[in-house]
Design a binder for this molecule. Structure first.
Ligand code: UTP
Length: 292
């Protein structure tokens, strides 16, 4: 049974400290991969998976995100007057035309769980997706589409996961599949989940990636979570509570993920996108080989 997920939540109110000083004035989510901000890649992913409303959980210190998805009549007129119609398509993409954009302020960055809870009244009673735009996925079908396909089979909350090497596992939420077996679509029921474990304590090598589909029962679970030692309400802790009341699935997605919240991941993504672009691929190879 296919069930459309009409609302996509984008938590974008974090401080982006790993990218300072760039993120002092520019939101991390507005950093560009070549000529397109990270956030636009993720918004496109949500829309192509059927989202009709994009709900940003944002900060009043990040007005450029709202500006990016608003009309720009002056710029549009200038481009029109000078015959640059191709560029108008870039600043006003057709696929955004019928999409509703909603902005909710997170007054303080109190964690991803806290950010998601702020969307409760906007979400209503339907399941919804959450996309973290600093995780860039390059795959067909998209990562969100892949977890949506898994979700559609049993309508249980489903999160995207991927295998991570031991030396990096401490950076992620890590799932414990227990004795549950992967099904034919590489989806497994979660037994437990641990936030940023040491490599020795990690229950598996399968880590949470930045795409989720939640049933609305997650909201009551977030409300039960206490802030951690850094004062943040973690979504991982809410998922732990969710597992106690209903089945939660993890889908090992197929494709490449780039953690653009880190400098290495961001550079990697920029090169990967350039390599896939027919205009840039030979140029970027030459730029790199000339420097070796
Ligand atoms: P991260 O932990 O990767 O982002 O949160 P951060 O805190 O901005 O980055 P660093 O670690 O300081 O460099 C993942 C996503 O959740 C959002 C962030 O904006 C990012 O998109 N987020 C995080 C919120 O919206 N609110 C929060 O309180 C925390």
């Amino acid at each position: 049974m296919r069930k459309p997920i009409r609302r996509a939540i984008f938590p974008v109110a974090g401080l982006g400290t790993r990218f300072l000083p760039a993120t002092k004035a520019i939101p991390k989510e507005m950093l560009t991969i070549i000529d397109k901000p990270l956030i636009e890649y993720a918004v496109e992913e949500a829309i192509s998976a059927g989202a009709e409303e994009i709900i940003f959980i944002t900060s009043h210190t990040k007005p450029s995100i709202e500006k990016h998805f608003s009309e720009a009549p002056e710029l549009e007129k200038r481009l029109k007057d000078s015959g640059k119609l191709e560029l108008i398509k870039k600043i006003k993409p057709e696929k955004l035309r019928n999409i509703t954009f909603t902005y909710i302020n997170q007054p303080e960055p109190k964690g991803l769980g806290h950010a998601i809870l702020l969307a409760e009244s906007a979400v209503g009673s339907d399941a919804f997706s959450v996309l973290l735009p600093d995780d860039l996925f390059l795959s067909t079908p998209s990562c969100l589409q892949q977890i949506l396909d898994s979700y559609s089979r049993n309508l249980q909350s489903t999160i995207a996961v991927n295998k991570i090497d031991k030396e990096n596992i401490h950076k992620y939420g890590v799932i414990d599949p227990g004795n549950n077996k992967l099904d034919e679509s590489n989806t497994v029921k979660i037994s437990n989940i641990v936030e940023k474990p040491n490599a020795e304590d990690a229950p598996s090598d399968i880590a949470v990636a930045g795409r989720y589909i939640f049933n609305t029962s997650i909201f009551e679970c977030i409300k039960k979570v206490e802030a951690d030692s850094s004062g943040e309400i973690q979504i991982t802790d809410a998922i732990k509570f969710l597992i106690e009341i209903e089945d939660v699935q993890a889908k090992i997605f197929e494709g490449d993920k780039y953690d653009c919240g880190s400098k290495e991941g961001y550079l990697d993504a920029t090169i990967a996108v350039a390599m896939k672009d027919p205009y840039f691929s030979d140029k970027i190879k030459k730029i790199i080989t000339d420097k070796l």
